[in-house]
Ligand binder design. Structure first.
Ligand SMILES: C[S@@+](CC[C@H](N)C(=O)[O-])C[C@H]1O[C@@H](n2cnc3c(N)ncnc32)[C@H](O)[C@@H]1O
Length: 288
C-alpha cells in the first residue's frame, strides 16, 4: 500500500478505535486521571509552562493533560487540544463547559499533519500517550515544531516496553491466540515508541534540540478484581476494543474467560494492581 493510503487507513482505524471508547473515558475520567497524573507531572516539569503561555496538546483525548496545563497558564494563557476523534473532543468540551474552564479549547482535526494553527503561535506543545498511534511520528512532531515560537518546548509521553506494561501486553497475548492483532513492528500502536532512545531520536529527527528522554514506572491499573479489570479494559482500551468488536460472541466470551482466569491467577486475593513503564522526552525549538 502507498504511504498516503496507509496513513489514511491508520488514521481511520485510530478514529474508530477512540471514538468507540470516548464514552468510557468520559465516565471513568476520575479513575484514570489519578495514575496518569504522574505522567503529566513529568511532562509539566520538562515544559515549565508559566502564566500567560499558549500550549498546544496533540491527541488530547478527553482533555488530560490539557486541563492541568490550563490551570498552570492561568486565565491569561490558552491551551488548544487537538484530536482525530470527534467523540473524545466532544467529551473534553463537555468537561470544560461543566467546570467553567475558559482558557482551553478543543477541536477535532482531519490529521496530525493538518493542525489548523498559525506558525510560531504557541510557547509549548504536548502529546501524552498519542504519538505512537500516528502514521509518521517524525512528521507529526515537525508540525508541532512549526507551531512553536523559537525557544518553544515540547514534551511527549509514550508507553515503554511491552514486558514492562503487563496491563496491555498480557491481554494482548491472550487476544492474539484468538484473533489477529497488528504485529508488524512498523505498525503504529501502543508500543511503537517504547524506549528513551526511540522517542529521543524521533524528537531529534523532527528538528528539536537539547532532547532529554527518560523512563519511569508508575501505577496504571487498580481494579477491585479480575472481572472489574476486564470491564475497564473493554471500556477504555481503544485498540483492544476494536479488535474484539467484530469477533463472534462465542470467541469474545472465550477471550474474556481466558483473561479473567489469567488475571485471577496473578491476583488471587484481588485487588488487581499493576505498574507500567512510560517514556517521557522533551526538547526545544532552537532560536535561530
Ligand atoms: C491513549 S489516548 C490519549 C489521550 C490523552 N492524551 C491522554 O493522555 O489521556 C490516544 C489519543 O490519540 C488520538 N489519536 C490517535 N491518532 C491520532 C492522530 N493521528 N492525530 C491526532 N490524534 C490521534 C486518539 O484519538 C486518542 O484520543
Amino acid at each position: 500500500m502507498e504511504g498516503a493510503d496507509r496513513a489514511r487507513e491508520v488514521r481511520e482505524r485510530q478514529r474508530g478505535d477512540w471514538d468507540a471508547v470516548a464514552g468510557g473515558w468520559q465516565r471513568h475520567r476520575e479513575k484514570m486521571s489519578g495514575p496518569a497524573s504522574a505522567i503529566t507531572e513529568r511532562m509539566v516539569d520538562a515544559l515549565r509552562p508559566g502564566p500567560g503561555d499558549r500550549v498546544l496538546d496533540l491527541a488530547c483525548g478527553v482533555g488530560d493533560p490539557a486541563f492541568t496545563i490550563a490551570e498552570r497558564v492561568g486565565p491569561g494563557g490558552y491551551v488548544l487540544g487537538l484530536d482525530l476523534s470527534s467523540e473524545m473532543v466532544r467529551a473534553a468540551r463537555v468537561w470544560a463547559e461543566e467546570h467553567g474552564v475558559g482558557n482551553a479549547e478543543f477541536r477535532d482535526i482531519p490529521s496530525e499533519l493538518e493542525l489548523g494553527v498559525e506558525p510560531e503561535s504557541f510557547d509549548a506543545a504536548t502529546c501524552r500517550l498519542g504519538l505512537m498511534f500516528v502514521p509518521d511520528p517524525v512528521a507529526a512532531l515537525r508540525e508541532l515544531r512549526k507551531a512553536l515560537v523559537p525557544g518553544g518546548r515540547v514534551a511527549v509521553a509514550t508507553w515503554g516496553l511491552p514486558e514492562r506494561n503487563p496491563n496491555f501486553s498480557l491481554p494482548m497475548q491472550i487476544i492474539s491466540r484468538h484473533a489477529d492483532l497488528p504485529t508488524a513492528s512498523d505498525t503504529p500502536g501502543l508500543f511503537a515508541l517504547p524506549t528513551p532512545e526511540d522517542l529521543g531520536a524521533t524528537l531529534e529527527a523532527a528538528g528539536f534540540s537539547g532532547v532529554e528522554a527518560v523512563t519511569f514506572e508508575t501505577p496504571v491499573v487498580k481494579a477491585k478484581n479480575a472481572e472489574s479489570y476486564w470491564y475497564g479494559l473493554t471500556a477504555l482500551a481503544g485498540p483492544l476494543v476494536s479488535t474484539l468488536a467484530p469477533l463472534p460472541e462465542e470467541r469474545r466470551q472465550k477471550i474474556r474467560k481466558d483473561i479473567v482466569e489469567a488475571i485471577s491467577e496473578r491476583f488471587p486475593e484481588g485487588p488487581v494492581e499493576m505498574n507500567g513503564e512510560v517514556v517521557v522526552a522533551s526538547g526545544e525549538k532552537a532560536r535561530p
